[in-house]
Design a binder for this molecule. Structure first.
Ligand SMILES: *Cc1c(COP(=O)(O)O)cnc(C)c1O
Length: 419
């Protein structure tokens, strides 16, 4: 049985009709499949089997405790980009010794918290950060395990807002400066430099940029070893793309080959930090049609989810497949509609001129591939409560984050004394 599918004329998540979840928790909501999460993780892990690699799930893609716990039980470590995410990973059961802390702007407070927790590795992105981490570590009587994040200056050929490995991006240390900074790292008493890291972007669908980046990284390892440094670890980053529409993405075998060709037999400990490739297609967003508005030039399907719930279409012009929960007849007529949310922003649009079977008020619709960068990027704009998240396992489901209440949102505000 596939994880999200039609059965008896309606849409199912594993063994649960999505309409049943909607009846119980209301709409809109996010829904994740345990079986899909598990398959994605174990397939990725198996692909790198034999290469002395460990997977560190990139928690920023989906940081729900139930998702992280599911992956932790499969042996995942965590890649975090803030101390808040570190707390989430720890709380979900990932030991500190399996946490990598990445990110271009770690504060000294965050460094201290992560040092006290005893994390596996800091991915350091600049000389300034390296020196600050050295000072913080010395003040705590510790040594910080470090990988230098290198910007290999390759074009990941992805959306500009999720490309991170070009020299004009804010991320990483320029590869030409790496040898000098590595030597400095090796000389600092509060730093225990272990190796290198890179992450060139997200939603990559072409293997060529990986090959290019890995080759540059491999050459750099050799050059550093030639200078007497014992480079033990290379963090390969994340970024493998998924199919949102019909795009061909990177196969595990191509990825494994690119890794093996460049890093095999070097005695390295490898790390990979996939996010989207683990959770992206393991989640959906379910919404209800509020109204169908027939405009002069276009018809609008107005749903009860909006850009505050799933911002990817607004932010990245992202495509999410939309399917009615009631299975349309094979010969159902298809018309082009704009699918929009209720927010007072023209950008609050999920799809423009999308061919869809007829939809009427109260119909349920599913937005596919919403498991990554969905719930985690949501906000309460327009005082819209954060959505519930539901985890399905076989024929069971549970709410793993309840819908936020209006009181919880409004109760955060405080009135000053003069009011
Ligand atoms: C976002 C991010 C990832 C995960 O990227 P995906 O495209 O979701 O796999 C991995 N590593 C770092 C440093 C990141 O910033």
């Amino acid at each position: 049985m596939s994880h999200f599918h039609y059965e008896n004329g309606e849409f199912y998540a594993e063994g649960v009709p999505v309409s049943r979840i909607a009846a119980e928790v209301g709409t809109p909501f996010y829904c994740y499949s345990t079986a899909k999460l598990t398959d994605n993780f174990t397939n990725f892990d198996a692909a790198l089997g034999g290469l002395n690699a460990k997977l560190y799930f990139s928690c920023k893609a989906n940081s729900n405790q139930a998702v992280i716990r599911t992956l932790a039980q499969l042996g995942a470590g965590a890649d975090v980009v803030s101390v808040g995410e570190m707390y989430r990973a720890l709380k979900a059961g990932i030991p500190a010794g399996e946490i990598v802390f990445a990110g271009v702007g770690k504060t000294r407070t965050e460094m201290a918290e992560a040092l006290k927790a005893g994390i596996y590795q800091f991915n350091v992105e600049s000389p300034g950060e390296l020196r600050a981490l050295n000072e913080v570590a010395l003040s705590l009587g510790k040594r910080a395990p470090v990988a230098l994040r290198i910007n290999p200056d390759v074009d990941a050929k992805t959306h500009a807002k999720i490309s991170t490995g070009k020299s004009e991006n804010k991320f990483g240390i320029d590869i030409d400066h790496a040898p000098a900074i590595y030597a400095e790292a090796a000389s600092l008493p509060g730093i225990d430099v272990k190796g290198l890291a890179c992450h060139i972007g997200s939603q990559l669908t072409d293997i060529a940029p990986y090959r290019h980046a890995f080759q540059k990284m491999s050459d750099l390892v050799k050059a550093l070893r030639g200078k007497g440094h014992s480079v033990e670890r290379v963090d390969l980053g994340g970024g493998i793309g998924i199919t949102y529409r019909d795009e061909q993405t990177i196969s595990f075998s191509d990825y494994t080959n690119a890794v093996a060709e460049n890093f095999g037999n070097m005695g390295l400990k490898l790390e990979a930090e996939p996010g989207r490739a683990i959770v992206g297609n393991a989640g959906i967003l379910v919404a209800r049609v509020i109204n169908v508005k027939e405009g002069v030039s276009r018809n609008f399907v107005i749903v009860d989810a909006a850009m505050n719930d799933l911002i990817r279409p607004t932010l990245y012009d992202a495509y999410h497949q939309i399917q009615p929960v009631r299975q349309p007849a094979d010969d159902a007529p298809v018309t082009k509609v704009d699918v929009v949310g209720p927010i007072c922003e023209t950008g609050d649009q999920f799809a423009e001129q999308r061919p869809l079977p007829p939809l009427v008020a109260d119909d349920l619709v599913v937005f596919r591939e919403a498991g990554a960068y969905g719930a985690v990027m949501s906000s309460t704009y327009n005082t819209r409560p954060l959505l519930p998240e539901v985890l399905v396992k076989g024929d069971k489901f549970e709410v793993v984050r309840p819908r936020q209440t209006y009181d919880a949102i409004i109760g955060q505000d405080r009135l000053p004394a003069w009011l």
